[in-house]
Design a protein around this ligand. Structure first.
Ligand SMILES: Nc1ncnc2c1ncn2[C@@H]1O[C@H](COP(=O)(O)OP(=O)(O)OP(=O)(O)O)[C@@H](O)[C@H]1O
Length: 260
């Protein structure tokens, strides 16, 4: 069953220098319980698409449904169904992990007791129990990401959107995060929609890849199917496949991470 479905989803920004067509018409379907890797070179329109699908940004064209809720007419329903972890989270460094989780629960209208209980539950699920009374500012990068994800899961969303979840993490923390994403899907049936520039990550985690370039979908399929079709063999490196599809590298500026 499709949990996300979009048709011609588009967003043009009006700027002083003229219109910028960030997303020109995205057609895609995501099945329930799928881990979808949403890839594309810098500026392809990935974050803009995520922001539209999570109701943070209004589309200027097209349509979409998330968990059966129409983006245009039922944004509250879409928000109930979605958790979103942006590229850089906005936790308060001065308050503790517990306070941050409880506050998030209260924002979702849980009672004090419910919010305290949910904070403990999330901390257990995400390996944060020993850190509950630590200040957020004292967490490592990997622990911060786990807290960001815990907060996004407070209301038990059906779909979790992760925008470059492992950027800046060391190989061990990246591997932990991959395990967490798989566990979320396997134990809770959560659909995961993730963007990443790390092709080893996309390859290891995703059931299916959607590759965008210049605001449109240019290829989609399982990692193996894409490698076979564009890289010449199912053993082709995803790097070569991506280059064949977009003519560009997927890596952001800077050093590529060590594969784990
Ligand atoms: N608020 C805005 N105003 C004007 N242009 C914007 C705005 N937000 C994004 N853009 C432009 O839209 C295009 C797509 O941006 P977006 O951030 O969605 O790409 P991305 O695929 O997530 O890129 P990256 O991989 O670098 O994070 C880019 O050309 C960007 O400069």
């Amino acid at each position: 069953m499709a949990i996300i479905s979009t048709a011609g989803l588009a967003r043009t920004f009006q700027t002083k220098l003229g219109p910028v067509e960030a997303v020109r018409g995205i057609d895609l379907t995501v099945r329930e319980g799928e881990i979808l890797g949403f890839l594309g070179p810098n500026g392809a329109g990935k974050t803009t698409t995520l922001r539209m699908l999570t109701t943070l940004l209004a589309p200027t064209g097209g349509a979409a449904t998330v968990a059966g809720c129409d983006l245009a007419t039922d944004s509250a329903g879409v928000r109930r169904a979605c958790g979103y972890v942006a590229q850089s989270g906005g936790v308060d460094p001065q308050i503790t992990v517990r306070e941050e989780l409880v506050t998030q629960g209260r924002l979702y209208r849980l009672t004090k007791d419910q919010a305290a209980g949910r904070a403990e539950e999330l901390a257990r699920d995400l390996g944060l129990t020993d850190l509950l009374d630590r200040k957020c500012g004292a967490l490592s990068g990997g622990q911060r990401r786990r807290l960001d994800i815990a907060m996004a899961l407070t209301h038990r969303p059906k779909v979790l959107f992760l925008d470059e979840p492992t950027t800046g993490l060391d190989p061990g923390s990246r591997a932990d995060l991959w395990d967490l994403v798989r566990r979320l899907r396997d134990e809770h049936g959560t659909t995961v929609f993730l963007t990443t520039h790390y092709l080893d990550e996309a390859d290891a985690l995703s059931d299916r890849l959607v590759i965008v370039d210049q605001g449109v979908v240019v290829a989609e399929g399982t990692p193996s199917a894409l490698k076979l079709r564009y890289g010449g063999s199912i053993d082709a490196p995803l790097q070569d496949t991506f280059l064949a599809i977009t003519g560009r590298s997927a890596e952001p500026a800077g050093r590529p991470p060590v594969a784990v």
